[in-house]
Design a protein around this ligand. Sequence first.
Ligand code: NCD
Length: 326
Amino acid sequence: MTSNNIQLDNNGRLKHFLTTEGLNKNLLLNILDHAESFAGVGDRAVKKVPLLRGKTIVNLFFEPSTRTRTTFELAAKRLSADVLNINIAQSATSKGESLQDTLRTLEAMHCDMFVVRHGSSGAAHFMAKHVSPRIRIINAGDGNHAHPTQAMLDMFTIRHHKKDFSRLKVAIVGDIMHSRVARSEIHALTTLGVNEVRVIAPLTLLPARVETLGVHVFHELEAGLEDVDVVIMLRLQRERMRSALLPSEQEYFHNYGLTEKRLQVAKDDAIVMHPGPINRGVEIDTHVADGERSVILQQVSHGIAVRMAVMAMSMGSLVDKQEEKT
Ligand code: NCD
């Protein structure tokens, strides 16, 4: 039994969604396939399906967020659930008991699902372990540990443009050390069987022994971008840096900023992604961010469909796509 099994019910179906680590390829593909069928809901005159009617979902955000919180809210509403948004300033909370107290209070209100963002790694696991068995937990980002729905919306975007994962070379560039997105993406990409995952960063922004995750490490941007199909840029997450890990933003841009010129070494049809928020002129040049290879805004739209899929699956409201086929 791995600790990740807490995410699955006895039949191996998604119960809580805490991390992409340890989930099998079929389950990840199921999320993408369900998301595919939800992708059109936003284009309908009535942007709703009744799958979670009568359910109450609480967005519990202990850290600031714009796109993640709003796309979770839209996703829940498009599934016809009732949504409650609770933003809790990080300074007002501490780990352990206070989190448990928050949980008990919300449980008493008969809510069905908590979407949790928290500054501490492991907060969502903690909640899944301690919550009443009828409640589902979705991790919307915990510390620098995991951000599984962001990873899956990125996988959805990659599949949308590239179809077959097995041939792809994907580069993740920048502050890998503090990035929960990078960790969740690396697990998802390797499980989905991409040809090569590269991380490109200065030594100070790489976690120790990162290559044990199955990635190739590059310290030079041009060398790492050579021939890649997908470039995923990351923000410098200064709020998580405990000391100065970089000389200056100008110097960082000089060495690691993605410009049109540098992008030329990637494949001609390479796409550029970024989970947002983007810092123009720090990790990415404004022409690239708004350029024709950028799919950054598509990532945001895809986030709604992917979050609908994950929420509906964990509430047990969907039949496995794989089962449907047999
Ligand atoms: C990411 C996050 O919060 O981890 N953003 C997001 O969810 N859209 C990445 C970041 O903050 O840089």
